[in-house]
Design a binder for this molecule. Structure first.
Ligand code: SAJ
Length: 419
């Protein structure tokens, strides 16, 4: 339901970022047209149903649908066009697929009125906004920046906490050709409590990538420490805690690898099409190798892997969420299947039971020879050895998240291997 004089926004792509952004804008004085290419998603959203799990999102969408958010069957003219479409990466061919961004640009070119603004939010290789998207618009006769403003602004939200991070985090707005991006700054300032800073579009694209690459590299260092500590037979996490007592050292947590839709992919956007030797590429290899490292630790602890039952605790890529995209747990499961582990069961209190053949914790442990904690779900920190001793046949525990008190579990008769 549009109201006269409220500025309008058309959001292209109603996924993990576009949908909450559309809802926040609708709740902050904008009339928002939400468009997604998937008709099923549009129908579900128009009925208030969200297909992914995100804190408080469904209730918030319901409020937005009552006040300013309209799910539309085709994109509409608006003062602002926000592009929040996927940019998939094909690992096998080292190709970044920008066709969704280009398609959105072509659609927007048919709708633009003088003075409208286009904001790209999707994660892209540096130069995409100023060169590729600009070319799409200019090929359609839209002169940038004279006829329309073109801006890049990355989201930095943590999946699972999207709504609060959209509001609380700082925001970077990058213009093309020194354009005045004041209207876009005002758009974000309508809901962002952090600082909204401005730069050029390519710097903004680069910043998004180096933020995620920085985290990936730092996690890889923690994983390398875990492997080294294992060689020296010392506790990696204790060593890291001592090291972090130094005022300028802040090492992250080792684990079974890095999942999600950002850290495993974004660093590759940096190294794409250049020959600079990249620390980030090494970090990717280290983190991608962790599920296999955990798998080998587990196999070495079993007398006869092919006759063994193994329970994997956690399928989500990180604790407290239902998201299984690029999850290290799925890679570990694939590795163990390839090694013909007799019977593999997966459990996860967050992930839908119909996905990935998930069973209850008790069923997963029933008669198992070994159990591996792969996801740092908060519930797993409170696990007690009693249930495991009661249900399991064997006594092997691999704790890839460092959640268990080893002394307690060893006292209960378990062999604990911790990362
Ligand atoms: N992980 C570790 N050790 C750690 C921290 C994380 O192994 O010390 C693992 C997690 O278990 C998970 C993976 O890394 O498998 C990634 O989790 P995460 O919480 O670090 O990040 P994401 O992918 O959920 O979200 C990241 C965030 N980026 C940064 O923190 C720099 C988020 O702010 C971004 O908005 C998001 O990527 C994105 O959309 O790009």
């Amino acid at each position: 339901m549009t109201e006269p004089n409220r500025p309008t926004v058309c959001v292209h792509g109603l996924g993990y970022i576009g949908l909450p952004t559309a809802a926040i804008l609708a709740n902050n004085g904008y009339d928002v047209y939400g468009y997604d290419a998937d008709p099923e998603r549009r129908a579900a959203l128009a009925a208030g149903t969200v297909s992914f799990d995100e804190a408080d999102l469904e209730r918030f969408i319901g409020m937005a649908l009552d006040d300013g958010l309209e799910i539309v069957d085709s994109a509409r003219s608006a003062d602002f066009h926000l592009i929040c479409v996927p940019t998939p990466y094909d690992r096998d061919h080292d190709q970044i697929d920008l066709t969704y961004v280009e398609a959105a640009g072509e659609t927007i070119a048919t709708l633009l009125r003088p003075g409208d603004t286009i904001v790209l939010e999707s994660t892209v290789p540096p130069g995409t906004t100023a060169r590729r998207l600009r070319a799409v618009l200019e090929d359609s006769g839209i002169a940038i920046p004279d006829a329309a403003s073109l801006v890049y602004s990355p989201e930095t939200v943590l999946p699972g906490d999207t709504l609060s991070e959209l509001r609380e985090n700082d925001r970077l707005v990058g213009a093309v050709d020194g354009d005045d991006c004041a209207p876009v700054v005002a758009l974000y300032e309508s809901f962002v409590k952090g600082e909204v800073r401005t730069t050029d579009a390519t710097t903004a694209e680069f910043v998004k990538l180096i933020q995620n690459a920085s985290r990936d590299v730092n996690i890889a260092f923690a994983n390398e420490i875990a492997k080294l500590a294992h060689e020296f037979d010392i506790d990696a996490r204790e060593a890291i805690a001592f090291a972090n007592g130094h005022p300028r050292v802040d090492i992250l947590d080792p684990g079974p690898g890095v999942g999600g839709h950002c850290l495993p992919i974004d660093p590759l956007f940096l190294s794409h099409n250049n020959n600079i030797p990249m620390l980030t590429e090494t970090a990717r290899r280290v983190n991608d190798g962790m599920p296999e490292y955990v798998g080998k630790l587990l196999l070495a602890a079993l007398d006869d892997p092919q006759a063994s039952s193994v329970a994997l605790l956690g399928v989500a890529y990180k604790g407290g969420v239902a998201d299984t995209r690029q999850s290290p747990s799925l890679s570990l499961s694939k590795f163990l299947q390839e090694r013909c582990v007799g019977d593999l069961r997966q459990t996860d209190p967050y992930v839908d039971q119909s996905e990935h053949d998930i069973v209850s914790l008790r069923s997963a442990l029933d008669g198992a020879d070994a159990a591996a904690i792969v996801t740092d779900h908060p519930e797993y920190g409170a696990l007690s050895p009693d249930l495991f001793a009661e249900q399991m046949r064997g006594r092997v525990i691999v704790d890839a998240r460092g959640l268990l008190n080893c002394n307690r579990w060893e006292a209960a008769g378990f062999d604990v291997y911790q990362i």
